[in-house]
Design a protein around this ligand. Sequence first.
Ligand SMILES: [Fe+2]
Length: 476
Amino acid sequence: MTAAAAVAPATSAPPAAATPFRDLTREHGFEPLRLEGRLPEALAGTLYRTGPALFSSFGRPYAHWFDGDGAVSAVRFAGGRARGAVKLVQSKALLEERAARRALYGGYGSVAPGLRRFFPRVKNAANTAMLALDGRVLALFEAGLPTELSADDLSTLGERDLGVIPATFSAHPHAVPARNAVYNFGVRYGRRCQLDVFAMHGGTTRLLTTLPIPMTMVHDFVATDRHLLFFLPPLRLRALRLLMGFGSLAQNLAWRPELGGEVIIVPIDDPTRVTRFAVEPFFTWHFINAHEHGDELVVDLVRYPDFASNAWLGTVAGAQPHGGSYGTCHRAWIAPTRARVRFEQRSTLLCEFPRVAPAREGRRAEVAWVAETSPAAAARSGLPDGLARLELERDHQVSWQPGGGQLPSEPIFVPRPGAAPDREDDGWVLSLIYDPASDSSHVAVLDGRDLAAGPLARVHFDHHIPLTFHGTFVPG
Ligand SMILES: [Fe+2]
């Protein structure tokens, strides 16, 4: 049963000093969370999320949001109650720095201190996304290996190479339910740059193929039932400058639109028969979904005209973030045999962190759930101030804004057990929200069929959790 009454929106003005961009102040194992409203009895499982939770190392502020040491939060729903936990990931690099009592590493946007700026080592911050794989809970970071955590108390168990990962494992694995499999990739930098493609099925992880690529950055890819698709942006890493200590990785990613982009299509059943061709230059952090349509591949994505969003992401954790750069929903029709891609903007909504119902991944989905930045929020920090349900087959959306300066995170859709397969919105939307009025964080539970009505329930931590990037829900 779900509650009839929705939770009232917050109305109090935020204190000027409240910010989610400050260090996590309390770590704990699972403990009861304060419940407001009524949780659906049928909502059962654990929401795991991760994000940067420390913003400096021994007096050295990180120069980019992406560099913060990760903390994993978990909210376990059962029987109309919720328990929550949050812990810093005890990465090797964090332990090393704490033992040395000084900063030792740089990061994506931060230059390593002293002589370490030359030939810098990567700190695996485990701060970007979560993957539940064969009973394991993994925190992901695109420049390193997955980090396994205990599902019991979120304690750190260590990095895992899953038997085959030579270097990195991206933060955006994609499940293909039709194959009961999960796919991912990693980028290997060196004299040559290579893209490793992985398949996880039946408890084992395989290296499907390795492809040469230009010295670029790839954050996400997308999968259909039959193909894995990679879009390479016209970013080029100035590797020599980086190795000589001139600037951070982010500062050495040059936007070169004149080079154009490239699409790589890997058939899952025959990964040696790869198709590659040029596409117009654009940037994307996140794909929404993809499906097969006759001999075409249809890809929905949050598209940006260029890489300016990276500079905004670098400053957003600071006191005075400069103007945002926003993505909107686009659709690409890809005809591999004709080496052609046609794009169309599908919505003018400023959005990020798209998700679809788990059963629709790799198949045609009609609904996507996104974090929305309203025009008013775009004029302030640029951070999302609402959630939206996007209709992918037509330009229509339904929004919900929590108000009061609250900052929602990526909405994760959880199907209601027993929902009809043709009702992909029959379930709940979960979002971890920071509320500056109370300087604390909570998970809002919304009805997917009526997002605009606001939360059925909120479950409150008694402290703040710094903003998170991505998460996953593990039913049961
Ligand atoms: Fe991401």
